[in-house]
Structure formats: structure tokens, C-alpha cells
Design a protein around this ligand. Structure first.
Ligand SMILES: C[S@@+](CC[C@H](N)C(=O)[O-])C[C@H]1O[C@@H](n2cnc3c(N)ncnc32)[C@H](O)[C@@H]1O
Length: 262
């Protein structure tokens, strides 16, 4: 860790804002991800992106949606394309929001410079986020969103990184510039906390074998749908269903939390 990184004082939110607005964490992280495309475009990742998209399509149509930690607004735009009546994206990074604001459509897709720590008055049918919970004090914030901002019958859906696997630990340790100082990929205790604190919750982990094999496959083949990656996909689907104790060592997970009608 460089001295500059170690010296940033203030709250967790201020340090995150600094990392995105001044230190270019987003750009470094993206550059690294593009070195191993089969991690992101392999069959197991695709399968789960499609699952996330399918739930989004079924749940967003005609609905009011909040996208927390919206960044440049990619997920917000997807939500509108999937029929959401209105999407509000909030984020603390001015540099990322600058991109989001260019996509703004008043009354349909709007963005606001606001931390998830500040209470929001509006209520939503769907609260969504991609790679945000591990940046925030989600154990305080998520229950508040559920109670105060999610309408009865509503859904919260997220995609988050899991941090227990050796590859992820190594990447976090070797490339600190691709991470904000306070982000904490989910560990076993986070998955357990989520399951203990929400009654109607589904967690779907993905990329166990698909991570390590994709790193090799990215360097030896052009096609992410090669036989090795398809095999890894089949193993990962089976492992996710049958070996819950391995969930903390997958790369990522989808999280769906439903609120009863009454
Ligand atoms: C890994 S990025 C994900 C961005 C976007 N959701 C995506 O997937 O492209 C994490 C985002 O969380 C935002 N963030 C971090 N702390 C936040 C907070 N307290 N309130 C709102 N956004 C926050 C960061 O500014 C950043 O845009």
C-alpha cells in the first residue's frame, strides 16, 4: 500500500470517494479485469448474468427502482431498457456520476450525488445494486432500505464479490490499486449474516472452478465457450447446489431478498 493510500483519513465513504475520484481505482480495476476476459465472458458467468437479467426483466417492468452505488449508470440503463417506469441512481463519486448524468432522462432515469448512509424519503418496488454492498456498512444500511424504502411485495437484488478464495485473496493483496482501501469482498460471516437476517433470501454463488480455469483459458484460447470453460460451468453449477460449505470460496454471488406483500 502506498503512503498516499494509507494517509487518507475520514469516513469510509470519504475514502471510497477519494479512491474513485482521485486515485482512478475504477480504471485500474477495469484494466485488470480485461486481462482475463474468460472470467467475465465464460459460460458460468454468462449463465448468472442471464439469471440476474431474467429476474430484473420480471421485476422491473412498470416499476420504480433505486440503483444504489450506480457508478456510471450501467445497471440503471439496463433497468430502463427492461421496462422500469423510473430509475433513481445514487452514488458518491462525482467522476463516475459525470458519465451517468450524460445518460439522464428526466422523469425516467435520474442520478443523484448521495451516499447510501443518508436516508432517502422515496419508496421503491425494486432496490438493485452491483458491487456496492461490500463497499458500505451494509449490516446497518440494508435493513433500513428494506424497512423504509422497499414497498410491500418488493425485491432487493444485488451482485457482490466473494473474497474467501485463494485467487481473490492474492489479487487483493498483489493489486491494491484496483481496490478501495475499505472494500471487503464477502466472507463466510457475511453470507451467514444475510441468511440469518432476511427470511426470504436466495444466494446464488458462481465461479469456483470457472475462475482459475478462466485465467488459464484466457491466455490459451480466443473462445470463452471452449470445452474447458463449459466443463467448469457444469462443475460449478453442481457445486453451488450441493456444497454450501464452499460458497465463501466462489468468486461472486447473486443475492435476491423479497419482502412479503403485507
Ligand atoms: C465497484 S463500484 C460499482 C459501480 C456500479 N454499480 C457498477 O457495477 O458499475 C462501487 C460503487 O459504489 C460507490 N459507493 C461507495 N460507497 C458509497 C456510498 N456510501 N454511497 C453510495 N455509493 C457508494 C462508488 O462510488 C462506486 O461507484
Amino acid at each position: 500500500m502506498s503512503n498516499e493510500r494509507a494517509e487518507i483519513a475520514g469516513s469510509r465513504t470519504e475514502r471510497d470517494k477519494h479512491a474513485y475520484d482521485e486515485q482512478g481505482v475504477w480504471e485500474v480495476s477495469n484494466k485488470w479485469h480485461m486481462r482475463f476476459p474468460h472470467v467475465f465472458f465464460g459460460p458460468n458467468t454468462r449463465r448468472h448474468d442471464e439469471m440476474f437479467d431474467r429476474v430484473m426483466r420480471e421485476s422491473a417492468k412498470g416499476k420504480r427502482v433505486l440503483d444504489i452505488g450506480c457508478g456510471m449508470g450501467d445497471l440503471s440503463e439496463q433497468l430502463v431498457e427492461n421496462g422500469a417506469a423510473y430509475v433513481l441512481g445514487i452514488d458518491i463519486s462525482e467522476s463516475l456520476l459525470e458519465h451517468a448524468h450524460r445518460r439522464e432522462r428526466p422523469g425516467v432515469m435520474e442520478f443523484r450525488l448521495q451516499s447510501v448512509e443518508e436516508p432517502i424519503a422515496e419508496r421503491f418496488d425494486l432496490i438493485a445494486g452491483s458491487s456496492i454492498l461490500h463497499h458500505i456498512e451494509y449490516r446497518d444500511i440494508l435493513p433500513r432500505f428494506y424497512k423504509e424504502n422497499l414497498l410491500p411485495g418488493g425485491l432487493m437484488m444485488f451482485q457482490e464479490p466473494i473474497g474467501g478464495g485463494v485467487m481473490i485473496r492474492l489479487f487483493t493483496w498483489l493489486v491494491p490499486r484496483a481496490h478501495t482501501p475499505d472494500e471487503r469482498s464477502f466472507m463466510k460471516s457475511d453470507l451467514e449474516w444475510l441468511m440469518a437476517n432476511f427470511t426470504d433470501i436466495e444466494i446464488v454463488p458462481f465461479n469456483y472452478f470457472s475462475l482459475g480455469l478462466a485465467i488459464v483459458s484466457s491466455k490459451v484460447s480466443k473462445n470463452p465457450h471452449n470445452w474447458l470453460m463449459r466443463l467448469a460451468d457444469r462443475w460449478d453449477v453442481a457445486l453451488a447446489k450441493r456444497a454450501k460449505f464452499l460458497w465463501p470460496y466462489f468468486r461472486r454471488c447473486l443475492i435476491f431478498i423479497r419482502k412479503p406483500d403485507r
